[in-house]
Design a protein around this ligand. Structure first.
Ligand SMILES: *Cc1c(COP(=O)(O)O)cnc(C)c1O
Ligand SMILES: [Zn+2]
Length: 411
């Protein structure tokens, strides 16, 4: 049975009917949020019930917007590991360091959760085609779930989007368009064309259900921590769905009475070349302003004017959080340390969280005994690797083989 009660505007509170395909608030154009009858969820579901269900994001069905008999469009998203980073923690002097490795999702990023949920709902509610502006990974995931749902998909990405994400979308049969500029330019194209085609616009937070998919990261994290909250959560922030989603998970779990802790302090991490949230945070502004000339190799962070800037900043304020931007060099260095000490080849966006953590530690203000979670949003393999030395080639005379190997090993 569905526990969704209604979908309301995050700013003016106007109620919308979830039986319709919804986009943004029909009154004021702001972001919509799904609301549940949480008292009924609390009466119908126990933590023990959950334990008996298989892993994956639909085990939290009562906290998803799915109708009674609605079949999810799924590739097995969710159920990602919460990894204890012992060696990295020792290296940094942080004994309780953890990573939620969202690179383990189908399509290699947490975008699978959001698009899995949004495509499920869009199909059920009668969408005949899907269109999405993307920095890469969202487009790839939309294409994959669209293929799974049997719906046509069009993706609009900046020209310099990572190759693997473009290939992923093309392979899944999506129509891929490129454009000069950033995801903001792509977004304008989609909002112009999609309504005229009668296709559904899946832009970040311009429909209410990608958020509900990403919320399941927070539900899982809480469960993996024995229904508690970490002290600090570092999140690589582009459009902000994950940040707002994890926070929403902790809000709902508090109402259910399942988590007694206050929610984690959220740290929004951005790249120095595109940091509208950090800028607004530092200037104590309640809203973001468009970032001119966004440049960063972390494609998912190249979001110059996030639609939900206001909501992200609210999460940072309410959790006594922080926002900081890191350099491209710091991102590459963090990517290398994480791989070398823990074996995780993470995406540049995700590596930015470690770069930010190192900064916070070096600056002092960090509680080193606290439980810290890095939200690793994607797998490194979806991006061009950082510059690396070439492998040593062993072709040549057998007589000198051992010598050459020894010298390469430094023995
Ligand atoms: C999209 C993306 C982000 C940014 O996520 P938001 O929820 O839009 O803030 C971060 N990392 C990766 C790998 C992404 O694909
Ligand atoms: Zn409104």
């Amino acid at each position: 049975m569905s526990f969704l009660s209604h979908v309301e505007c995050s700013v003016c509170g106007h109620c919308h009917d979830p039986k319709q395909l919804l986009t943004v608030c029909e009154k004021c154009g702001q972001m919509l949020v799904a609301r549940y009858r949480l008292d009924r969820v609390a009466a119908a579901l126990t933590k023990e019930d959950l334990q008996r269900r298989p892993p994956g994001m639909f085990r939290f069905r009562e906290l998803t917007p799915l109708d009674d008999a609605e079949q999810p469009v799924t590739l097995g998203e969710g159920g990602t590991s919460l990894l204890r980073l012992t060696r990295l923690g020792n290296h940094l002097g942080l004994p309780h360091l953890l990573a939620k490795d969202e690179g383990q999702n189908p399509t290699g990023t947490f975008k699978a959760r959001g698009l899995g949920m949004a495509v499920t709902r869009a199909r059920t509610l009668g969408a005949k085609g899907l269109m999405i502006p993307s920095a890469g990974n969202a487009g790839g995931a939309a294409a994959a779930y669209g293929a799974r749902a049997g719906l046509p998909v069009a993706v609009v990405v900046p020209r310099d989007t990572p190759e693997a994400a473009v290939a992923e979308a093309l392979l899944a049969g999506a129509h891929v368009f490129t454009i000069e500029g950033s995801i903001a330019t792509a977004g304008k194209v989609v909002s112009n064309v999609a309504p005229q085609l009668g296709w559904f616009d899946l832009s970040t937070l311009k429909e209410p259900y990608r958020l509900e998919g990403k919320k399941t990261m927070g539900l899982e994290l809480a469960e993996q921590l024995g229904w508690s909250a970490p002290d600090l959560l570092l999140y690589p922030t582009g459009g902000g769905t994950g940040l707002v989603g994890i926070w929403k998970a902790y809000q709902e779990l508090a109402v259910l009475g399942w988590v007694k802790d206050r929610p984690p302090k959220f740290v929004a991490v951005q790249a120095e070349g595109c940091a509208p949230v950090v800028k607004a945070w530092v200037e104590k502004s309640p809203v973001t302003t468009p970032w001119e000339n966004p440049v960063t190799r972390a494609a998912g962070l190249r979001v110059p004017s996030p639609f939900a800037g206001r909501q992200m900043l609210q999460v940072l304020r309410e959790t006594d959080g922080d926002a900081l931007a890191v350099s491209e060099a710091e991102i590459v260095e963090a990517q290398k340390i994480l791989a070398r000490l823990e074996g995780i080849w993470t995406a540049p966006e995700a590596a930015a969280t470690l770069a930010a953590l190192i900064r916070l530690r070096d600056q002092g203000g960090l509680d080193r005994r606290g439980r810290i979670v890095l939200l690793l949003t994607g797998a490194g393999i979806k991006n061009a690797p950082p510059p690396l030395p070439p492998p040593v080639d062993l072709t040549g005379p057998a007589a000198t083989l051992l010598e050459r190997v020894r010298s390469a090993l430094g023995l």
